[in-house]
Design a protein around this ligand. Structure first.
Ligand SMILES: [Zn+2]
Length: 121
């Protein structure tokens, strides 16, 4: 269980396909940056995180406060959120611009495309 890492998840692949179609080049899972960000645009100094709603506790339709009260998942997921927050703050201090895309938001291809365009421009 400890070794499982959510790389190359379906939502992330969908975002990468879209970025590729827009013609941008990126690097993946860059070590040495806080949080090992999913998609990195070094020359633009921009980073995109693709977050699963459950693992990163997005407060969306799927969210339930009961999850955080769960003996096993609660502490784990709270830890994820805290780590996300700390990593975002570190990256901003290093001068990176960040975009967080949530799993539940990327199914609408048109709006995903718009969001990516305006972020990467
Ligand atoms: Zn969500």
């Amino acid at each position: 269980m400890a070794a499982i890492r959510a790389t190359d998840t379906e939502p992330e692949l969908a975002v990468r396909r879209e970025i590729h179609a827009l013609g941008y080049r990126y690097r993946l899972h860059v070590r040495g940056l806080p949080g090992r960000p999913d998609i990195v645009f070094p020359s633009r100094r921009k980073i995109i995180f693709v977050h699963g709603c459950f693992w990163h506790q997005h407060r969306c339709r799927r969210w339930s406060p009961r999850t955080l009260a769960h003996d096993y998942w609660g502490p784990k997921l709270k830890g994820n959120r805290k780590r996300d927050r700390i990593n975002r703050a570190k990256l901003r201090r290093l001068g990176w611009e960040l975009l967080v895309l949530w799993e539940c938001q990327i199914h609408d291809q048109t709006s995903l495309c718009q969001t990516l365009r305006s972020f990467l421009r």
